[in-house]
Design a protein around this ligand. Structure first.
Ligand code: EZ4
Ligand code: CO
Length: 416
């Protein structure tokens, strides 16, 4: 079964997505997600100029060899652009092979290890009443685990907090009824936000205390510090949140300095999750071997596909570290479906982030996975179970969009 043609599809149904479609000589097609939020065209051009010419004529069945060829063969290793491109090729080939076998992808990965994937959604509010409303809405939608982010007194806008006017009226994102505060924002230049770590550290423990006393001890709660703290600040946050029994605390430090997590670990038993910006197994070596984290955040889309991420999860499993794959709306339904098939099969599944894509996104990406009672499950359609609607996509052309940039109160550029 030879690869006959490859299309790099860029569309923007509510937000930008890059999708790879591989077609074989016997007419099978496979999809892969190559979306890198705010840097979409870098991956699209990497694919069309450097990768697609290498694919045509290759045997679609040799997935591992193609992965190694694109990774080692490029000489320039790792990095989000390269690894998103490899991920898209890898995922599309798994989709094709599962369709050729007339099986859902998870069957090729070893079959079901569980009935569904526990997910968590994103609740947020500028203040406590708004946050409580948002948590209640998520509970009504069936979520059993909830990420909690709030506004910080004195800061005009903060990562992960939707603006209520948009949330209520649905005016945030084109014709979508649901405001999506995660996409890179459309416009000429990035939005600039301000940050004050001391104000954040003062405010957050009180938020979790209030949430626990309102919603009780059983609800699964998570929080994302989005790379903004030093190791000692992170240690302090983890310690101060211990009474509120978090499922995890995410991205406390910019973790390319892996040894920073030693300092955090020495001080707190709050579980730690890291890796949404990591691309390869090597990014985790120290974190795994020293058991410095509890959950792996890489998604299929940014970590070299099914092949790359499954290897990372296997390495994690020998240290009792579990999966917690990134699932924002900038991972397309193709990337999410790949995560669902992988997550249902692996032995060390932890939790899956699930933000829910907008109606416009679902017009372009026809999905078959199910979300019920807070759990995601793959369908038994062959392959990934996703179809890409070219006609619908044509109505949503690419628009440049940037993620925000973060500054301290004195203007210093800080981690976002
Ligand atoms: O900022 O996906 O846990 N989720 C996150 C996300 C990321 C965006 C970046 O593209 O941190 O909101
Ligand atoms: Co995050």
């Amino acid at each position: 079964m030879l690869i006959e043609s490859v299309d790099v599809l860029v569309s923007s149904p509510g937000r930008n997505f890059v999708t790879l479609r591989i077609t074989t000589d016997d007419g099978l097609t496979g999809l892969g997600d190559a979306t890198l939020n705010g840097r979409e065209l870098a991956v699209a051009v990497y694919l069309s100029e450097h990768v697609v010419p290498l694919l045509v004529g290759r045997d679609a069945a040799n997935i591992e060899d193609t992965w190694q060829y694109l990774y080692r063969g490029a000489y320039w290793r790792r990095g989000p652009v390269t690894m998103a491109a490899i991920a898209a090729v890898d995922t599309a080939l798994w989709d094709i092979m599962a369709k050729a076998a007339k099986m859902p992808l998870y069957q090729l990965l070893g079959g079901r290890s569980r009935t569904g994937l526990l997910t968590y959604g994103h609740a947020s509010g500028v203040d406590l009443p708004e946050l409580f409303d948002s948590i209640r809405e998520h509970l009504d939608e069936g979520y059993r685990a909830i990420r909690v982010q709030t506004g910080i007194p004195g800061l005009p806008s903060v990562y992960g907090v939707a603006h209520s006017s948009n949330a209520a009226t649905g005016t945030g994102s084109g014709t979508d009824s649901r405001y999506d505060y995660e996409p890179a924002r459309r416009g000429a230049l990035p939005v600039e936000e301000t940050w004050d770590t001391r104000a954040y550290l003062r405010h957050i423990p009180g938020v979790f205390e209030a949430v626990r006393s309102e919603f009780g001890p059983e609800l699964t709660l998570l929080h994302d510090a989005h790379h903004r703290l030093t190791p000692i600040q992170a240690a302090k946050l983890g310690k101060s949140l211990e009474p509120y029994d978090l499922f995890w605390l995410e991205d406390v430090t910019p973790a390319e300095n892996q040894s920073a997590l030693r300092r955090v670990r020495e001080h707190t038993t709050t579980p730690l999750a890291i890796g949404e910006v990591f691309n390869t197994i090597w990014d985790y070596r120290e974190l795994f071997e020293e058991q410095l984290i509890d959950y792996v955040r890489s998604p299929v889309t940014h970590a070299g596909g099914i092949t790359g991420l499954r290897r990372i999860f296997d390495f994690a499993s020998i240290y009792q570290i579990k999966s917690g794959a990134h699932g924002p709306t900038d991972v397309s339904p193709v990337g999410l479906s790949a995560a669902i098939h992988l997550g249902i099969a692996i032995p060390n599944f932890g939790i899956q982030e699930y933000m829910q894509h907008s109606p416009a996104t679902h017009e372009v990406f026809r999905t078959t996975y199910k979300f019920e009672g807070g759990m995601l499950a793959p369908s038994d359609a062959p392959g990934l179970g996703i179809e890409y609607d070219d006609e619908a996509a044509a109505g949503h052309p690419y628009e440049r969009a940037y993620l925000p940039v973060n500054r301290l109160l004195d203007g210093t550029v800080h981690d976002w």
